[in-house]
Design a protein around this ligand. Sequence first.
Ligand SMILES: [Zn+2]
Length: 323
Amino acid sequence: MRDMRIGVVVFLCVLCLSQAAFAREPQKSAADWAADAVMKGDSRRNPQAGKAQDAKDERPLTNDEIAAMIKTRLAALRKARAARLAEERNKAAAEPVVRGGHWSYEGENGPEQWGRLKPEWAACASGQRQSPIDIRDGIKVDLEPVAFDYRPSRFNVLDNGHTVQVNVDPGNSITLTGRRYELVQFHFHRPSEEKVNGRGFEMVAHLVHKDAGGRLAVVAVLIDSGTAHGLIQTVWNNLPLEKHEPLAPLAAIDLNQLLPERREYYTYMGSLTTPPCSEGVLWIVLKAPIQASPQQIAIFGRLYPMNARPLQDSFGRMIKESN
Ligand SMILES: [Zn+2]
């Protein structure tokens, strides 16, 4: 028993030293660790389950066993410290490089800077499949029509600080090349982000769809100034009073009303037009614009006078268009 006590005392001292050396190792006291180690020592001496446990508490730990436990404990402390340092490094790397990672359409966090504001937004600067683009020189072919399957749906309106976004309940989808994409939300830009043969439009609505594998397909509906639009008015009627607080009216909207009669389109591969500017987005830009009244366009303009990313280099991308 005396040997064991001496052993435990030595063990405690070494543990205290090791705790001091790895000062930020949290919570457990050295005494706790000693107690744990003694327990573990016991179980190590009786590795096979079901074997008789008699007299196990009597045998003192040998110096070798104590040394082995200390070695194990020190290794665990070193490992925990390395893990903690790695975690801190990762956290630091994920921190925005400049100015808090907020982005905007103008000023010091404007589009030219997006790719530098966060490492995960690098594609905004370095990507070669970025959107929007000036749509021109499309290859005219017989494009498969987009099969729109939209139905009256509940929705909520969100002012997310960059645009007015309408989140739509599940049940709306498009199908193209055998792939079904579910409508997630739509939102607006003023002026239109995309241009067609150099021509811009007053606004554009982007209808964002996602397939089961997470692939995005965005239908762009260009908006000209003209007569008032019923669905857009419904959205404006339900603008929330505060940013980031969605308003969920009892009414339903039917997205078919947002589509022009003619459904010819341009299509190309591009990206999200806001950070993180992720690529691999299938763009479907309907050729025929719809109309909203000057008053309706002005209402959006009071919230977002300019929320369009500048045109991006097309890098010789293929653009196809319906005949
Ligand atoms: Zn958009």
